[in-house]
Ligand binder design. Structure first.
Ligand SMILES: [Zn+2]
Length: 368
């Protein structure tokens, strides 16, 4: 049995820590390509310039908004022409994916500075590349995780609270998916078995959510930093990232991919918001104990994560649409990590049942 645990080279988290970026990354070299949106360059570019000071070349490349092949190629060309020794991705999901792809293809060190804690993408090896029309082109797994993750909690604290809550939805899925792989000796995202370390990390991410999730949200709403918020930022970015990649998953993200197949629908929610419902469907699908379902549904309602289809603007799904979603769920490899066969009718049953349980919890009724 081969086990693999992967992680970024170093993870740094601190209030105002972007001011110290030079201290953490300057060992890499003297020239950096910084990829960020126009607004982030405007807000945070000066802090980076001031930190590095004299003697370093910083090229700020404005991100065009989509992580497409064309955009990755354009940024790779800039990095090559300017002989950049490192790429720094400063922003949310798509900037992070693009920076990972630029660094991964050029085989140069990659630094990720997330400005929101909405997903666990910063630490992982994979980058999603989209087509020009916004649909997913490919999920690329690079050979290594980013070299440095620098989380400035002041920036995360000041971002809209909906991002932090969506990140909790993404984190919620990690342990629930991981345990299926761990207990069944299934492969993780590195094509090997999970380690005790990775499983303990996944479990911890769940425990932190239950203990500190609501308090973290309340602090973030007030734009103040507390120990609870600090713990949830670590859970959303570091623990969930290590936990999903080094353990693997079950159907915790499969329902999300299924919902994404409803391409004719115009309204879109955040990744973690779909994943929240995807995780609730997963609990029904696997027949989780009532006590656990109660804890998870209750948690989601308390922090304001979606718990039913209506919350995802999918309250009017037709039977045909259920079938489209179910096909998407069954197409995901990880759905088949269960020790039982998953069928289309079971998938649809899980969605419909999770939906009514979710509605019940929103009306303050509980199963217990
Ligand atoms: Zn996710």
């Amino acid at each position: 049995m081969v086990q693999i645990f992967g992680s970024p080279g170093k993870y740094i988290q601190g209030f105002g820590e972007l001011h110290n970026i030079k201290k953490h990354v300057s060992w890499i070299g003297d020239s950096y390509l910084v990829i960020a949106s126009k607004n982030r360059i405007k807000d945070l570019g000066e802090i980076i310039k001031e930190s590095f000071g004299e003697g370093f070349k910083l090229i700020f490349a404005e991100f065009d908004g989509e992580s497409t092949r064309k955009e990755v190629k354009r940024l790779m060309d800039i990095a090559s022409a300017e002989r950049c020794k490192c790429v720094i991705g400063l922003g949310g999901g798509k900037v992070i994916d693009t920076a990972k792809a630029v660094g991964g293809y050029l085989k140069i060190p990659t630094v990720i500075v997330p400005t929101i804690a909405a997903t666990d993408a910063p630490t992982s090896t994979c980058a999603c590349i989209y087509n020009e029309d916004g649909s997913l082109d490919e999920e690329i797994n690079f050979d290594k995780n980013p070299d440095i993750i620098l989380v400035d909690t002041e920036i995360i604290m000041n971002a809209p609270v909906r991002f932090l809550v969506a990140g909790m939805g993404d984190t919620l899925s990690t342990y629930i998916g991981a345990r299926v792989c761990y207990r069944g000796y299934k492969d993780n995202d590195f094509g090997a078995k999970p380690t005790e370390t990775s499983f303990a990390i996944a479990k911890l991410s769940y425990e932190l959510l239950m203990k500190h999730g609501l308090l973290a949200k309340l602090a973030c709403e007030q734009k103040v930093m507390t120990k609870d918020l600090n713990k949830i930022i670590e859970a959303n970015i570091l623990l969930s990232g290590l936990g999903f990649e080094s353990n693997g998953g079950s159907s915790d993200h499969s329902f999300y991919y299924g919902f994404c197949d409803l391409t004719h629908r115009k309204e879109h929610m955040y990744h973690g918001e779909y994943v929240s419902v995807s995780t609730l469907c997963t609990l029904v699908l696997e027949g989780a104990p009532k006590e656990e379902m109660d804890e998870v549904f209750n948690f989601c309602v308390s922090v304001g994560l979606p718990v039913c289809l209506e919350d995802l603007k999918l309250g009017d799904m037709t039977e045909e649409e259920y079938k489209i979603v179910a096909k998407g769920v069954l197409r995901c490899k990880s759905t088949h990590n269960y020790p039982f066969e998953v069928t289309e009718s079971e998938v649809i049953a899980a969605i419909k049942t999770a939906d009514v349980i979710g509605k019940m919890y929103k009306e303050s009724k509980r199963m217990l």
